[in-house]
Ligand binder design. Structure first.
Ligand SMILES: [Zn+2]
Length: 334
């Protein structure tokens, strides 16, 4: 099916084989977010998804696992069924599609079989942009999900590799990007794109409330904070708990890149999401990035040096201070 939308007044039949393809018409983008667990894509990119789907673009969320280990009391079979429903409801609220590759939670390994699953789901959707975790994210399922997506990247257009999933007609190599995390070793996250999600933050939080088993039960329990959630909690209480969780996960995005948020936007955003460009796949132009990420700031490479080479940068600053002190001392001695 063509991605081009036709203006019915000009092209009444809306058929590309009768009328020339009008490249000026709005292109519908397809963005895929591949996460390890059912709630990862929503948590990391829910604001972006809302911004894209509200503009008529398509977003597909994929989780490699069914999340069936993520509960302190509920067993794996019941939990997988519950999370499927919760994640579908959250995706509906964001206007996104959702597919689970049904690997058991905690069992994402880089195997030929799992690589086939990842290649299959990407080839079938034929996205313009794929977002996944970084390779040094904290959870092994996250790291191996990232590795599987990286391993899939070049092989996507090799027709005889997993021929049961035919390569798309477009033969297009998507852009690959990473979602934010706060881990610094061996490489800190580089904020190539900062997205202001202040206007959709409440909607993102409301969508995430659907992940009740995770946000209200499992995550507070893992943080020893289950007392935060009283047994008779109401919808307002859920929202407050969720805000605390979002604050916990994302506070670094706003504080670490304070200067960039301030410089990039007329009014400094209160909530944001950030993304890093992956070196594999299609390399995006600034114009392409602006299409993928509405309401964004794309820092110039000079502005990113501080984050890219954080360790070296800190050492250089120390050296500069020492040289300055020495110079002042020498001037004083003259
Ligand atoms: Zn996860």
């Amino acid at each position: 099916m063509s991605n081009v939308e036709y203006d019915k007044d000009i092209w009444p039949l809306g058929c590309s084989w009768i009328y020339p393809r009008d490249e000026k018409k709005k292109k519908i983008l397809k963005v895929m977010v591949v996460g390890a667990h059912p709630d990862d894509p929503d948590l990391l990119t829910g604001g972006l998804a809302l911004k894209l789907t509200k503009r008529g673009h398509r977003v597909k969320y994929v989780s490699l696992t069914n999340g069936n280990m993520g509960h302190q009391t509920m067993g794996p079979i019941d939990l997988a069924a519950r999370e499927l429903k919760e994640t579908q409801a959250a995706a509906d609220a964001l206007g996104a599609e959702y597919e689970c590759l049904n690997i058991n939670d905690g069992c994402v390994y880089v195997t030929h079989e799992n690589l086939g699953k990842v290649i299959g789901v990407i080839r079938k959707y034929d996205p313009d942009l794929v977002i996944t975790h970084r390779l040094n994210d904290y959870h092994r399922d996250h790291r191996y999900t990232s590795q599987l997506v990286m391993d899939a990247s070049y092989m996507l257009i090799v027709p005889h590799y997993f021929p049961e999933y035919p390569i798309p007609e477009s033969r297009k190599m998507p852009v690959f990007m990473y979602s934010y995390d706060s881990f610094e070793k061996p490489y800190p996250f580089v904020p190539n794109v900062l997205v202001d999600i202040t206007d959709v933050y409440k909607e993102k939080a409301a969508a995430l409330i659907n992940h009740e088993s995770q946000m209200m039960e499992w995550l507070p329990w893992t943080m020893n904070q289950e007392d935060l959630v009283p047994p008779d909690y109401d919808i307002n209480m859920r929202y407050q708990i969720l805000e605390l969780l979002l604050e916990h996960v994302f506070s670094g995005i706003m504080s670490n890149y304070r200067k960039l948020w301030k410089k990039g936007f007329k009014k400094k955003p209160r909530h944001g999401e950030a993304f890093e460009i992956c070196e594999y796949g299609e390399q995006p132009s600034r114009a392409q990035l602006k299409e993928f990420f509405p309401d964004c700031y794309i820092p110039r490479s000079k502005e990113l040096e501080k984050y890219q080479y954080a360790e070296i940068y800190k050492k250089m600053k120390k050296m500069e201070k020492r040289i300055k002190k020495l110079e002042d001392k020498m001037k004083g001695e003259k």
